[in-house]
Design a binder for this molecule. Sequence first.
Ligand code: SAM
Length: 322
Amino acid sequence: MIVDRQGRRFRNLRVSLTAACNYACTYCVPDGKRLVAAQDELSAESMARGVAYLIEAAGIERLRITGGEPLVSPKLEVFLREVSQLGLADVSLTSNGQLLSRKLPLLLDSGIRRLNVSLDTLDATAFRAIARGGDLGAVLAGLEEARAAGVKIKLNMVPLRGQNLDQVLPLLDYCLERGFELRFIELMRMGHLARDGNGFLQQFVGMAELLAMIGQRHAFVQADAPVDATALRYEIPGQGFFGVIANESVPFCRTCSRLRLSSTGWLHGCLSSSNRHYVGDLLDKPRHQALPALQRLLVRALGDKQEVAFSGGVTVMKIIGG
Ligand code: SAM
């Protein structure tokens, strides 16, 4: 097991199945181009082998499939089939929900019972302005179907000043009514926002402001969360839970257990570091050759983690997998 001086180790793996996305969210994609898959993306089989090797080499216990948008990827079916046989404690997926209705049967057949769906607003006009693609109605319909099928759902919202702050309470009520857990993600200084400090600061909304807004409508208390959770969780007694991923206000670097594998075969030990480690070539090698090399790279990837606080990074979120 690879452990650092702070006692951190990799437990949670996020695999970005593809860099392609059917949205081009303003805070994620700089120029509004909906991005296509990178030319040198790994096959579903190689990526699933990567997961298997990382379970062994790093002690990965939980997998989240992300992107880009994982539901647009033709690799999804094979990848899900392969990873469902690896005995992981938890396999979940993060999606923008646009294709959820269509892909729900596949997800259910593959044993997916937990989904995070990103939804920044319930207002159709604001939705188009932020996502620069997609259709709000399709997302809402997919969410209802997933809920009816018994899928546990978390909704991710990035609060953005001047764009969707009026949606904090409506989205919270929407989630409470349906048993979804809403998670507010503080805007991160990633990609173009790492270079555009003013743009970041103009849009950023911190946890204290969010909690004050929520407190005007609901009484809430802090709830338990796992030690390495990235979200602070709150309970609105009798109604449900919500969370805040407060990477700026309450950094969680000291307990971070995340490792990321990109669709082009790079390992990222930290969102906030520009270091990355190429493992694409190792994933087609037999286990006895791949594992020792992988372990050496994992030591370096763990060393990339920030000591205390997230400071941003130039990598675009849709490449690294959010
Ligand atoms: N397409 C999927 C989706 O929309 O959830 C998965 C990939 S997306 C990059 C994963 C998450 O990253 C989304 O919840 C998105 O809102 C979030 N995200 C992207 N850029 C961000 C930023 N600069 N700050 C905070 N969250 C960001």
